[in-house]
Design a protein around this ligand. Structure first.
Ligand code: SF4
Length: 373
């Protein structure tokens, strides 16, 4: 499974689910969005396995994405979730910081977990390189690719002019002969990066509809709480959880329940269709909600009762559903590269397509990468 196959589905509600299966990580990357440490929180494996057991062939996500912290600190759990997913027809992906890469061979339990997933992705950036050398990451990727595993890299940098990104992407392309797709995103001011990365707020122009595509897939946090998006400030409790972003908890809710809420929650539907700033401006009792910023506006939407009330009324109107369907069609039609442009660094967006031709040829007609979600 190529990275593009996952990204193509990114705007489709509940097409995938994110599992944050641990907050622990042995690395100490300066930009870690989850502020992970080796003694960070971790909940029983059965909590996550039990939720994956609620997937059925008739009602399942298309993709199951696992990360942490460092997901491969729990290799048996990654393997179990991947196998449970595959048994009902879902495909799986794991993202790792490759904490084991320097120690020669991949540890056997970790290798079994990687073998079980349909796509393996490694994080690599200037901060990871202080913990795990680039050469060790390349060695692991090469070993996996030689066995036919589909892999990708998730890179972060300061922006299009970051010389580190230019150097790294050029080297990856050269070493792997353009066979490794790369998703390149800016460092975000969350977790440990919050202490040193200051971002000036964007100037507020005319507020127009700006759909939030990253609220399409439910996110399970390390504690089992499920939210409509993975905004780290919300997941860390740095801002009070907005009621409209809470989808449930995997200790008591199964996949069909979470999926139904992700698709049907009127506020999440409206955020996906028009974005939070437009909602605030259009339906707020004071023509806005006083917050500056896209997600910052989202966090306070429910504080103005006029907004959820009006959104609930509108959700019942057939034209609203029509607008939502058209928005989803438009975002899906725009494609994976468009998603990478919007949520990553635009200048590097095309790199998500590397290796697609070869992967498509290898997968044959069964998993045609050009198929429409
Ligand atoms: S706008 Fe709301 S739903 Fe979208 S990413 Fe921000 S906090 Fe999450």
């Amino acid at each position: 499974m190529h990275l593009m196959e996952i990204l193509r589905y990114r705007p489709v509600p509940a097409a995938a689910v994110f599992f944050g299966i641990t907050r622990r990580c042995p690395l100490h990357c300066k930009h870690c969005s989850t502020s992970s440490l080796l003694d960070s929180e971790e909940y029983p494996e059965q909590l996550f396995r039990g939720f994956a057991e609620t997937f059925t062939a008739e009602n399942r996500p298309e993709f199951v994405l696992m990360s942490g912290g460092e997901a491969l600190l729990r290799p048996r759990l990654v393997q179990d979730i991947a196998e449970l997913s595959r048994a009902v027809g879902a495909r799986s992906h794991v993202l790792s910081g490759l904490y084991f890469a320097e120690h020669g061979r991949i540890p056997r339990p970790v290798k079994r977990a990687i073998d079980a997933v349909d796509h393996f992705s490694a994080s690599l950036d200037v901060f990871h390189e202080e913990e795990v050398p680039r050469a060790a990451v390349f060695r692991v990727l090469k070993e996996l690719m030689d066995e036919g595993k589909q892999v990708s890299l998730q890179l972060t940098g300061t922006g299009p002019g970051d010389p580190y990104l230019a150097d790294l992407t050029a080297e990856v392309r050269r070493v792997f002969d353009d066979r490794v797709p790369m998703l390149v995103a800016p460092v975000s001011p969350h977790g440990r990066a919050d202490a040193w990365l200051k971002q000036a707020p964007l100037p507020r122009g005319e507020v127009t509809p700006a759909p939030c595509a990253v609220s399409a897939w439910p996110v399970i946090g390390f504690n089992g709480q499920v939210t409509a998006c993975g905004n780290q400030d919300v997941m860390d409790g740095k801002v009070p959880l907005p009621p409209h972003l809470y989808l449930g908890h995997i200790a008591k809710d199964d996949w069909p329940t979470i999926k139904a809420r992700a698709i049907g929650n009127p506020m999440v539907r409206a955020i996906r269709a028009t974005g939070p700033e437009y909602l605030a401006e259009r339906h707020g009792s004071k023509g806005g909600c006083g917050a500056e910023g896209y997600c910052q506006t989202c966090w306070v939407l429910s504080k103005d009762p006029a907004i959820p009330r009006r959104v609930r009324e509108l959700a019942l109107e057939p034209t609203t559903r029509l607008v939502e369907e058209r928005t989803e069609e438009m975002l899906v039609g725009a494609g994976a590269v468009s998603f990478a442009q919007q949520y990553g660094i635009t200048e590097y967006a095309e790199l998500v397509t590397l290796g697609l031709e070869e992967a498509t040829a290898g997968a044959g007609a069964q998993q045609t990468a050009g198929s429409t979600p």
